[in-house]
Design a protein around this ligand. Structure first.
Ligand code: PXP
Length: 239
């Protein structure tokens, strides 16, 4: 099956913000990622707007011709942002306001009532909703119950295990969750710490994988290889 690459451009915004001007130009980078083969653009505006700013979103919505995926914790400001700009996909992430990055997914059982309400509101607006979850089958079953369209499996622990003896054990959790999600009628995304070393192995062991969103490693690789070559290398690993 085809797995789409959505490029997370947070780090491009981080460099731009360092000088307060418009270099690099986030909108141009998004257009170029698409021209180089990306099937989507992902952004993760955090409450402190340290990389993606809320006012970037309408500009990106206007020019993205593939899929715009907005990730974040559905606090009221985030809900307004998403419901005003109507991305193709919204990935709900339970990150704390000051978190450096997302390190864990939803407990879809404990937060069932809240998630059911948020997901229904977004779906009413025509937005596909994905839930960021750790690779545990109970959270996949929970995601189905609260009405999610997709899950995004948190790959951070897998990535840390990749160069250790735990690789196969961690991978097996993702394989099982991918299979279960498919049986339940959920589509499957994955992301966090995926890179040029671990992506092929991950893809080969996932029976169902609709999309990966990759940012930190991809933008870091692009410093050496350039954005076009880097995006093409990632796409090649997904074939
Ligand atoms: N998925 C989610 C929910 C994230 O928060 C992030 C980081 O913003 C990613 C995927 C991408 O992770 P990375 O930058 O390590 O590729």
């Amino acid at each position: 099956m085809i797995t789409n690459l959505s490029v997370n451009i947070n780090k491009v915004a981080l460099i731009r913000n360092a000088r307060g001007e418009n270099l690099p130009n986030l909108v141009q980078v998004a257009k170029d990622c698409e021209a180089f083969g990306a099937a989507g653009i992902t952004v993760h505006p955090r409450p402190d707007q340290r990389h993606i700013r809320y006012d970037d979103i309408p500009k990106l919505k206007k020019i993205v011709t593939t899929e715009l995926n907005i990730e974040g914790n559905p606090i009221p400001n985030f809900m307004d942002l998403v419901l005003t700009n109507l991305p193709h996909q919204c990935t709900l992430v339970p990150d704390k306001p000051q978190a450096l990055t997302s390190t864990s997914g939803w407990d879809t059982i404990e937060n069932a009532a809240f998630l059911t309400e948020v997901i229904a509101e977004m779906q009413k607006a025509g937005i596909r909703v994905s839930l960021f979850v750790n690779p545990e089958t109970k959270f996949i079953e929970g995601a189905k119950k609260v009405g999610a369209d997709r899950i995004e499996l948190y790959t951070g622990i897998f990535a840390k295990s990749f160069h250790t003896s735990k690789r196969a054990e961690e991978m097996a959790k993702h394989t099982a969750c991918s299979q279960l999600a498919h049986e339940l009628g959920l589509e499957v995304n994955a992301g966090h710490d995926l890179d040029l070393q671990n992506l092929r192995y991950y893809k080969q062991n996932m029976p169902y994988l609709d999309e990966v969103s990759i940012g930190h490693a991809l933008i870091s690789n692009a410093l050496y290889d350039g954005l076009e070559s880097t995006i093409k290398q990632y796409i090649e690993l997904l074939k």
